[in-house]
Write a protein that binds this ligand. Structure first.
Ligand code: 3HC
Length: 304
């Protein structure tokens, strides 16, 4: 049976928006971390962002170790070859790991193929966690032979600063898997909450979807400007970011896929077309240099 003490090495799959932040948390907590993605450029970019974040935390005195010593625990792994097949390097990392946290794009087919491969190559009794934002854990777990070991571990952007982690129990997830994952989130310094109902979008993203959609309709109908809406959200509701600022920050594509996955599974919401328009024109927010606002240095953390 999995236990928190047996977990020494964690494989994080996906070095993008969420994955690099999760890898950072695991390394700060003292775990050896494999950070996997489809090519070296994405991994390099993820590692640079981890270094930037650690340097910020170090300046503020929040780290007990040097940035270099934390970075030395993170091992990059390229997980697919140019034909899209999983690599031997990735297979070896799976064999060596005691827990997996998946943070790849929000597509069920990709996640199921990955979980199937991990399941085939993993050690016994290893927890397979997914950072999915919206897809039911039960659907992802159905690709494995051990759905009792599959659990949702949903972080919020940016993982190093946001306290909440939703620990989601799929239909077949065991209580032990939930409690070990809860403890790992605690070891990462987070405040986990257990989500017992595996509904698409879980708790926070169901609330967030309506909030962003309402803001979007106000702009789309020409009632208020984006800046007016964001100013109201920030300076009246006292949120740390405006609605459009947050969409740009986390990625318009992320919210587009979250909304799509939830709607396809019965979540009722009349989608504002602005999100789809931005998605189709590849204006994805901070990472692409343009979203609802413009960013002179794509990918760098700059508030609009
Ligand atoms: N690591 C370390 N430091 C960071 C950082 C990171 N990842 N990101 C920002 N910082 C630093 C900034 O550089 C700045 O440092 P400085 O004091 O040296 O200038 C400091 O943190 C404070 O940043 P800001 O001045 O820009 O502003 P804030 O005080 O507002 O903090 C924030 C930034 C924590 C991102 C805050 O704006 C916030 O909480 N925003 C809302 C985020 C949110 O709602 N996330 C959830 C999104 S939904 C989601 O993730 C679910 C998914 O499924 C879609």
């Amino acid at each position: 049976m999995p236990s928190p003490d047996k977990i020494k090495t964690i494989l994080v799959i996906g070095a993008g928006t969420m994955g690099h932040g999760i890898a950072e948390l695991a390394a700060v907590a003292g775990y050896k971390v494999f950070l996997a993605d489809i090519n070296n450029d994405i991994i390099k970019n993820g590692l640079e962002k981890i270094k930037w974040s650690l340097s910020k935390l170090s300046e503020k005195g929040s780290l007990k170790e040097s940035v270099d010593s934390i970075m030395s625990r993170i091992v990059p792994v390229v997980n697919t070859d140019p034909q899209g097949n999983f690599t031997k390097e990735f297979e070896n990392a799976i064999k060596e790991s005691d827990m997996f946290i998946e943070a790849i794009p929000e597509r069920l087919d990709l996640k199921q193929a990955l979980f199937k491969f991990i399941d085939k190559n993993r050690k016994q009794d290893t927890i397979m966690a997914t950072n999915t934002s919206s897809l039911p854990i039960t659907e992802i777990a159905s690709a494995t032979s051990s759905p009792e070991l599959v659990v949702g571990m949903h972080f919020f952007n940016p993982p190093p600063l946001m306290p909440l982690v939703e620990i989601i129990k799929g239909e077949k997830t065991s209580d032990n898997t939930v409690s070990v994952t809860y403890q790992i989130a605690k070891n990462f310094g987070k405040q986990p909450v257990i989500v017992k109902k595996d509904v698409p979008g879980f708790i926070a993203n169901r609330v967030l979807a309506r909030f962003l959609n309402t803001a979007c309709w106000l702009a789309y109908k020409g009632l208020y400007s984006i800046l007016e809406i964001d100013s109201a959200v920030r300076y009246s509701l006292n949120f740390p970011m405006g609605a459009f600022e947050l969409a740009d920050y986390s990625g318009i594509d992320v919210f587009y896929f979250v909304n799509k996955a939830m709607t396809e599974r019965g979540f009722k919401m009349t989608h504002c077309p602005l999100f789809e328009q931005k998605f189709n024109s590849k204006e994805l927010g901070m990472k692409s240099g343009k979203g609802f606002y413009e960013y002179p240095k794509p990918g760098a953390y700059v508030r609009p």
